[in-house]
Write a protein that binds this ligand. Structure first.
Ligand SMILES: [Mg+2]
Length: 119
């Protein structure tokens, strides 16, 4: 079993560490979840989960926008937005792992495309 306790400072987490975590989480989900028998089924479940998490993120964003004037509530809402954003990213990475998409290569290509717009 992998040990991620060395990642004490999450602000300095590398893409490689994140990728290791995603691979391990994917392996654990496949090993323990009955609904994860086939790759196609896992892809479908992950895609649906991604939409669910996007919905939760949007809900929190709406809540955040509604509480702009109350500082305490604003901080709490921003934490919830961050949590849901992390859910979206993790599920998207798990979907990519299941589909054997090299998402870090895809991200690199996307960054290049975006940068090219400004040249
Ligand atoms: Mg969520």
């Amino acid at each position: 079993m992998a040990n991620y306790h060395y990642m004490t400072n999450y602000h300095s987490m590398t893409l490689e560490e994140l990728q290791k975590f995603i691979k391990e989480e994917h392996r654990r989900a496949v090993a323990t979840c009955k609904d994860f028998e086939t790759k196609d089924r896992r892809t479908l479940i992950r895609a649906i989960k991604l939409m669910e998490e996007l919905g939760e993120l949007c809900e929190e964003i709406v809540g955040f926008s509604a509480t702009q004037r109350e500082e305490k509530m604003r901080v709490e809402n921003k934490e919830k937005v961050a949590e849901e954003l992390a859910d979206v990213l993790v599920v998207a990475l798990l979907l990519a792992e299941n589909m054997e998409v090299d998402v870090f290569e895809a991200l690199g290509n996307k960054v290049k495309k975006i940068e090219a717009r400004y040249k």
